[in-house]
Design a protein around this ligand. Structure first.
Ligand code: ZN
Length: 242
């Protein structure tokens, strides 16, 4: 479970986002009133989750965290296990600033090729490292390349998070192409895939965040996005959007 601090940030954010769309609340009407009650139009606030794979990397991830903190935008990071050691402070910072953290395997492997023992070791080694930093948290899985067969989904003891918008930001360092691809494709409830390993991806992500904030989008972690849509996350189930 997430700790109180992280939840606090999440709820503050939700309240902040909704406040933009809501009209001021009228004083409570007497019970005899025939004026229909106007429900808050919460669903009119477009929401999106931005996610980052393959990190952490000290230089680029720090720059991204600085930019997200400045804008009070939460993100979700799926970390590669063999990159965790030595970056404990950076990961602690992610956690303290309200970001969700998940597992992207220990060695960034294609899970389809593994036995059950190998598959579970890839998850467990990463989870043990993360638990040593955040003992009370749970860590959801994003399989590298989104590749995971039905059998492996059944072995997975967490929700499986895929994506619905992929600008292929690893392909080149063309920031404007990456930004434009996301902005053309993004819709309410999407999960955006990016990578915090590359300086160009981080620059693009910051521009995407600014553009979507300007358009009235509210950023949520993946966990918050599912909760906002009333979806109860289940182990072994793949989620691409909400
Ligand atoms: Zn990856």
């Amino acid at each position: 479970m997430r700790d109180f601090g992280a939840w606090g940030i999440g709820w503050i954010l939700l309240v902040f986002c909704f406040a933009i769309a809501l009209t001021p609340i009228e004083p409570v009407a007497p019970v005899t009133s025939t004026v229909p009650v106007e429900l808050p139009q919460e669903e009119s606030v477009p929401v999106v989750a931005i996610t980052f794979d393959d990190g952490p990397r000290k230089s680029t991830t720090t720059k991204l965290l600085d930019a997200l903190a400045l804008r009070e935008v939460p993100a979700t990071f799926f970390l590669v296990g063999n990159r965790i050691s030595g970056q404990e402070e950076l990961i602690q910072r992610m956690h303290q600033e309200g970001h969700q953290i998940g597992i992207h395997t220990y060695d960034h492997v294609i899970l389809r090729d593994l036995s059950q023992d190998e598959f579970e070791a890839q998850i467990q080694k990463s989870r043990d490292l993360l638990k040593s930093i955040m003992p009370d948290e749970e860590f959801w899985l994003r399989p590298p390349y989104g590749i995971l067969d039905r059998q492996m989904a059944a072995w997975t003891d967490s929700p499986i998070i895929l994506w619905s918008v992929d600008p292929e930001d690893w392909k080149d360092d063309n920031v404007s192409r990456i930004v434009q691809t996301v902005l053309e494709e993004v819709e309410d409830g999407d999960i955006i895939l990016m990578h915090d390993l590359y300086a160009s991806s981080v620059d693009a992500a910051i521009q995407v965040v600014d553009a979507l904030l300007e358009q009235g989008y509210c950023f949520l972690t993946v966990e918050e996005l599912l909760e906002y849509r009333g979806i109860t996350p289940e182990n072994g189930v793949r989620y691409r959007e909400a």
